[in-house]
Design a protein around this ligand. Structure first.
Ligand code: MIG
Length: 613
């Protein structure tokens, strides 16, 4: 990749403007900063993954998110009134579409005032949260940062903020007022710890009624009617290092500091709950506080296509917990586009359908049974893969290596893939090869070097090779790394449901066969005190048998499963026998898929299964 790298200052007096050339083909890019010097860090991997890891060491890691944030999320600008929100929740359940999260966008508020509730539209707001909870839904509520300028009206965010002197000021010392959704608004001074701490306390009431996550939008900050669409650059902020800085200097970190205030406030309110914050604006390091999304995209094939390179770029830039508005925000998708987008979104870190005010309904069921069946199947696949996903996001939280990543992050020698921003790895073991256009024309399925398996059929393939395929609307090609052992769970309708049945381990024999599984309670910080379980699996192809092993479990947490189902692929003839720890074990052989399977009790001491040819 970056075989040549030049760096030079083109501004004579200081290194405030730099000319940087990266790569062989790219043109030079000049960038600089208005608000002071820029610091440049060069990380000489040399492998890309080492760069990503060291960048994470430098700027911070994404904390382990609550498991429910990995479920399907449904949003719209905006669901109201209250009865409509409950109707959407019930429809998911009645149609057996797994989902975990419903969002409340700005219209749940009284006149768009953050931390208020429109009691006409939401007469029993507390009960709504409770009812959704009973249906297995978490609520994420939007809380924008612009506080309505509403003196003497009993509006606490304004009154308290004025009393505590928490708002951004004009150069003349008066409080800066900008026009946003609530009308005249004032802005907490998020670069200043006392203002952040105060902001965090505003969440107390919502947290108390069980709202699980919060959405920080408009925090660039977006302001109507100013030439820059943000705050005047000379507004005055207090900063943690002491003294003040003008907006010009702090603009880029302002949104991150808003999400930090929210995250830290939630931690303060519920010290043993993992907060979930979704932010629109952020900065390098913001991954420590919030997930993010790619903003207002459109319901077009072009924006669907762009989602992969955009999310991959975020991931390798240290920002792993991301998604885009599935189906597109502006406009309404065709049935085919929404179907493909849901298929793809099932393999994004955040899987969230969202759309703008005034668009057509965009929930998975809106285009009839045929489309719904496909969409449901992908959402179900996502839920069955949760043990895998959660294991990988736990690794992300320790290493910074993103869940959704370009192939070359794991295979730095795969030179052909440095230009490929269509196919991507979802964790170390799944290679996703989406169809990117509306046609049903052929596309090439790329099998990278080595042994890979078709995720859907279990068929073994050897690369490098390319095959022309013509995926039908309901088909998203996925390859599994040979040597993977991919854990699956029985289907649930939300993560609040305990799966019933065995943990399934799908074994894809090849050299270097290993994987792990991480489980904890999914919501608390108990894992930091050892309340987790980590299992390590291996497989080996020996002359007379295939041997699958689990080492003794690490950690004290008791997982949800009592039994294990092991499915071994690429077993070309019916095995003579299967043994567990030396004793015979009943098995099934599926000759059409060349798969052998068996079910047995889970013991934390581990197991050794031998499939004798
Ligand atoms: O001016 O809260 O990007 O996701 O639905 C629009 C309303 C403000 C922009 C966000 C979008 C959200 C919308 N917000």
């Amino acid at each position: 990749m970056a075989k040549q790298l030049w760096f030079s200052c083109v501004q004579e007096h200081a290194c405030r403007r730099a000319l940087l050339w990266l790569g062989r083909q790219s043109r030079p890019a000049a960038f600089g900063s208005d608000g002071g010097e820029l610091d440049y860090y060069f990380i000489d991997g040399p492998e890309p993954k080492a760069v990503v890891k060291r960048y994470a060491e430098l700027t911070g890691l994404t904390p382990l998110p609550p498991v429910w944030s990995l479920g399907f999320q449904q949003c719209r600008y905006s669901y109201y009134p209250q009865a409509r929100v409950e109707e959407v929740a019930r429809t998911f359940r009645n149609k057996n579409i797994p989902a975990d999260v419903l969002y409340l966008d700005i219209d749940y508020q009284k006149n768009n005032r953050p931390f208020s509730v429109d009691r006409e539209r939401f007469p029993a707001f507390d009960r709504l949260v409770e009812n959704l909870g009973a249906l297995g839904f978490k609520v994420i509520a939007i809380t924008d940062l612009h506080v309505a300028k509403l003196p003497e009206a009993g509006y606490e965010p304004y009154d308290q903020g004025i009393a505590g002197d928490h708002f951004v000021r004009n150069p003349d010392g008066s409080v800066y007022v900008g026009e946003v959704w609530p009308g005249a608004s004032v802005f907490p001074d998020f670069t200043w710890a006392p203002a952040r701490k105060w902001w965090g306390t505003l969440y107390a009431k919502f947290v108390a009624i069980g709202i699980a996550g919060f959405w920080n939008d408009m925090n660039e900050p977006a302001i109507f009617g100013t030439p820059t669409k943000t705050m005047p650059l000379d507004t005055v902020h207090r900063v943690d290092s002491g003294g003040t800085a003008v907006h010009r200097e702090v603009h880029n970190v302002f949104g991150m500091q808003n999400s930090r205030a929210t995250y830290e406030g939630l931690l303060e309110l519920q010290p043993n709950r993992r907060p979930l914050v979704l932010t629109r604006a952020t900065f390098s390091g913001g991954q420590r506080y919030a997930a993010s999304w790619t903003g207002d995209n459109s319901s077009t094939w072009n924006h669907y296509r762009m989602s992969v390179p955009t999310l991959l770029s975020l991931g390798i830039s240290g920002y792993p917990l991301v998604g885009d508005d599935i189906g597109g925000f502006v406009g309404s998708p065709s049935p085919e586009l929404l179907t493909r987008w849901i298929e793809l979104g099932a393999f994004n870190p955040i899987f969230r359908d969202h759309t703008n005010k005034g668009t057509l309904d965009q929930e998975p069921w809106v285009h009839g049974e045929e489309h719904l069946a496909i969409r449901r199947r992908y959402i179900e696949t996502r839920y069955k893969l949760l043990p895998y996903l959660y294991t990988q996001i736990e690794e992300t939280s320790r290493t910074g290596v993103p869940l959704m990543r370009p192939l070359w992050l794991d295979y730095p020698d795969a030179e052909d893939f440095y230009q490929n921003d269509r196919i991507f790895l979802f964790g170390p073991d799944l290679l996703i090869e989406p169809k990117m256009d509306e046609t049903l024309d052929a596309m090439s399925l790329v099998v990278p070097a080595g042994i890979w398996y078709d995720y859907w059929t279990g068929e073994r393939r050897t690369g490098p090779s390319q095959a022309k395929i013509q995926p039908a609307l309901g088909e998203l090609p996925i390859l599994v790394r040979g040597g993977a052992i991919v854990p699956h769970q029985p289907l649930v309708q939300s993560t609040s449901e305990v799966p019933r049945g065995p943990l399934e381990l799908r074994v894809y024999p090849a050299p270097d066969c290993r994987s792990s599984l991480y489980v904890d309670d999914g919501i608390s910080f108990g894992y930091q005190k050892g309340e987790f379980v980590r299992l390590a699996f291996t497989c080996a192809e020996e002359p007379a048998s295939i041997v699958v092993k689990m080492a003794p479990a690490e950690g004290s947490y008791v997982p949800w499963f009592n039994s294990l189902r092991v499915v071994v692929h690429a077993v070309s003839v019916r095995p003579k026998q299967v043994r567990i720890d030396g004793r015979p074990l009943a098995f099934q052989y599926d000759s059409s898929h060349k798969a052998v399977s068996m079910t047995f009790s889970y013991l934390k001491s581990g197991f050794e299964v031998a499939i004798d040819r």
